[in-house]
Structures are given as structure tokens and as C-alpha cells.
Design a protein around this ligand. Structure first.
Ligand code: NAD
Ligand code: WQD
Length: 345
């Protein structure tokens, strides 16, 4: 009986055509949820929807809309009784957020409040929210626990801090809200099918997609941003988490919300850090390519070390990662070589 009622549950995924959202779509679909994707394609390719259909062999319920469009949201919530929302839709380029802060506050914070209003009117008050390790700024402690204080490093980070605070006040205002806040560390890798993955249109900002393009020969060499940090080899250390593990974290967060109707705020990471040079090395092995790199100056605003204290997610959600760095690199390499990455649609 429980299984049948679970299977009938309806979930709205905003930003579901994006990198993490598309992988989460597959995890939720596999678990038997009925999922609707809402995306504006501000940072996704339309063909993602077809590819999700090819992978699952089932039609995707999809609506093209901006999450700030309260009329579109109102109509959607009138048509469908959603049991919960997983909210990925946001802008995420740190450098761009410094140049265009208003766009970031508008989409990331305004988009959230618009969504919360529609949810409240419809009586749907379970939400999983994409937050980020960036809310910790330069943390005093690594591995960093959820209790570490908020420190904004840039407008993007501030939008995630403000969003979390909005969610805390909304939860406090009405006990019917149940909100899961997930602070992702560094998502990497791609789906095992090699049909979806991270697919930036321009030169990538992030390390793993940049390395991938050096491995294919599309870019000449990796610029390593600083080797004078207080880390074992002097380069920046991050907690990379396989995007399929991350997607499963959303499934567990939703499950917890349904079981308890109580919210949670947890880190999603592995608890293990890799330096830039270690990532280059791992990718070299996965791709069997030479990966030329050059040490250049530090990137403005970079943090020396981000590693998650991962025990709270294990305890509260039962979340443990299953895939390591080698699988992140191998799946990224399979994806970048797939005909589906970099398509124009
Ligand atoms: P992404 O850009 O691939 O996905 C975001 C999706 O939202 C895209 O499909 C985009 O088209 C859509 N979107 C953007 N603005 C929209 C709007 N106004 N209305 C409707 N749809 C809109 O990014 P991602 O890496 O999948 O990130 C998903 C979420 O996770 C974001 O909230 C991001 O801030 C957060 N996050 C990402 C990382 C990371 O490193 N990738 C780390 C921590 C947190
Ligand atoms: C990883 C490491 C760089 C590129 C960013 C956002 C963060 C989050 C995830 C959403 C660092 C180094 C990188 C390159 C390099 N997004 N590097 N050469 O900076 O940890 O996080 O994305 O919430 O908010 O800031 O990720 O992949 O850019 O960098 O040496 O060409 O690789 O200095 O040490 P980052 P990243």
C-alpha cells in the first residue's frame, strides 16, 4: 500500500533541464515519482528533454516557463496537485553575479519567493532547495559542519544565504512547511548513460568541465589558479561529489520530508578533499590523455579548502556517497565524447 501511494506522488522540478536537475529527474523517475519539469532554458539545451525521454523510454511532463512568472506557476499548481517541489532554477556563475548582482537577486531570491507564494496558495508546502557550500565563505573549520556561520563572498553566495534565511523565516511562520535545504559541495561527473551531463555553452568556469575540454584537445591547457595555498600541494582543495550521488541525496531528502513533515539542512559531500593537481591526475588516468597545465595566479575570491563534514546527512537522511573521483572523471570523459554533449539544440 505504501509503495502504491509513493508511486502516485507528484513532484515539480524547477530547473529540471539543468545539470543537477536532469540527473535528479532520472533518480525520481526511477523511484516511481510522477515528475513535472519547469525550466526557462536560460542555461539548458532543449534537447535535454528528448534525451531524458530516450533514457527513460517515457514521455517527460514539461513546461517552459520562468520561475518568476507567477501566472504560469499559478496555472500549473491549479492543474496539478503537487506533493512537493524540488527547486533548482537559479543563476550560478559567480563572476557574472559580481557584474550583474540584480539579475542574481531577481532570479535566485525573487524566483524563490514567487515559487513559495504559489506553493502556499496551492497548499503544497514541501520543498527541497539547492543551496551551496559557498554559504560558508572562507570557513574557520574544515571539514565544515552545517553549524558554521554564513559568510558571503560574492552576490551569488549572498543569494543562497538570503534564500536560506527566507526559508527559515517561512518555516517559522507556519508549521505546515517542511523544507529540506541541501548544501552541495562540488558536483562533478555525468550520468552512466553518457546522454546527459554538464554542458556549458562557453568556456567552462569550473575545473572538471575545463579539464574535459583540455583532454579532448578543444582547449590547450589547464590554468591552475595558485599553488601557494595552505594545502598539501599548494593548490585548492574541494570535496567533489558525483552528480548521481547528489541526485540520490534529493530522493532521500524528499523521502524524509514525506515521512516526517519536518525540515532539515544538510551538507551533501563526500567528506574527502582533492587538490587541483589530484583531479588533473585522476582525469589523466580516466582519459588516457596528456593534460598539460600551467600554474597561474590565484583566482579572485577563491577559497583554499572546501570539504564537507558529511555526518549529518548520513545520520538524518541515511545519505552516503557511492562513487569516487575515478568514476567522476570516467563518466565526465564518456559524456564529453558522446555525440549528445555540445549539441546545438
Ligand atoms: P544549471 O544552470 O545547469 O541548472 C539551472 C537550471 O535552471 C537550468 O536548466 C536553467 O535553464 C534553469 N533556470 C535558470 N533561471 C531560470 C528561471 N528564471 N526560470 C526557470 N528556469 C531557470 O545549474 P546546476 O549546476 O544544475 O545547479 C542547480 C542548482 O544547484 C542551482 O540552484 C545552483 O545554484 C545550485 N548549486 C549548483 C552547484 C554547482 O556547482 N553546479 C553547487 C551548489 C549549488
Ligand atoms: C575548483 C578548484 C579553483 C578552474 C564554484 C562556485 C561555487 C559552486 C561550485 C555553486 C578551485 C580551481 C578551477 C580552473 C583551477 N557553485 N580551478 N583552474 O570555485 O570550488 O566553486 O562552483 O554553488 O559557488 O564558486 O569550483 O570548479 O571553479 O574550482 O585551478 O580552470 O579548481 O581555483 O580550487 P569552486 P571550480
Amino acid at each position: 500500500f505504501t509503495v502504491i501511494s509513493m508511486a502516485a506522488r507528484r513532484i515539480l522540478l524547477t530547473g529540471g533541464a539543468g545539470y543537477i536537475g536532469s540527473h535528479t529527474y532520472l533518480a525520481l523517475h526511477d523511484a516511481g515519482y510522477r515528475v513535472t519539469i519547469l525550466d526557462s532554458f536560460a542555461n539548458a539545451r532543449r534537447s535535454v528533454i528528448n534525451r531524458l525521454e530516450m533514457i527513460t523510454g517515457a514521455p517527460v511532463h514539461f513546461i517552459e516557463a520562468d520561475v518568476r512568472d507567477s501566472v504560469a506557476l499559478g496555472n500549473l499548481f491549479n492543474e496539478t496537485n503537487f506533493d512537493a517541489v524540488v527547486h533548482f532554477a537559479a543563476l550560478k556563475a559567480v563572476g557574472e553575479s559580481v557584474a550583474r548582482p540584480l539579475d542574481y537577486f531577481d532570479v535566485n531570491v525573487g524566483g524563490l519567493t514567487s515559487l513559495l507564494r504559489s506553493m502556499d496558495s496551492a497548499g503544497c508546502r514541501r520543498l527541497v532547495f539547492s543551496s551551496s557550500a559557498t554559504v560558508y565563505g572562507v570557513p574557520d573549520v574544515t571539514p565544515t559542519p552545517e553549524s558554521a556561520e554564513f559568510r558571503a563572498m560574492n552576490p551569488y553566495g549572498q543569494t543562497k544565504i538570503t534564500s536560506e534565511q527566507v526559508l527559515d523565516w517561512v518555516s517559522a511562520s507556519d508549521p505546515r512547511w517542511a523544507i529540506g535545504i541541501l548544501r552541495y559541495f562540488n558536483p562533478a561527473g555525468a550520468h552512466a548513460s553518457a546522454m546527459i551531463g554538464e554542458d556549458p555553452r562557453d568556456i567552462p568556469n569550473n575545473l572538471m568541465p575545463y579539464i574535459a575540454r583540455v583532454a579532448t584537445g578543444a582547449l590547450e591547457k589547464v590554468s591552475v589558479f595558485g599553488d601557494d595555498y595552505e594545502t598539501p600541494d599548494g593548490t585548492g582543495v574541494r570535496d567533489y561529489i558525483h552528480v548521481e550521488d547528489l541526485a540520490r541525496g534529493h530522493l532521500l531528502s524528499l523521502k524524509k520530508l514525506f515521512e516526517t513533515d519536518t525540515g532539515h539542512t544538510v551538507n551533501l559531500g563526500t567528506g574527502r578533499g582533492y587538490s587541483v593537481l589530484e583531479v588533473i591526475d585522476a582525469y589523466k588516468r580516466a582519459s588516457n590523455k596528456d593534460l598539460p597545465y600551467e600554474i597561474v595566479g590565484r583566482r579572485a575570491g577563491d577559497v583554499p579548502i572546501y570539504v564537507a563534514e558529511a555526518s549529518k546527512a548520513a545520520e538524518i537522511l541515511g545519505f552516503e556517497t557511492e562513487k569516487g573521483m575515478d568514476e567522476m572523471c570516467a563518466s565526465s570523459w564518456a559524456w564529453i565524447n558522446s555525440p549528445h554533449s555540445g549539441d546545438d539544440a
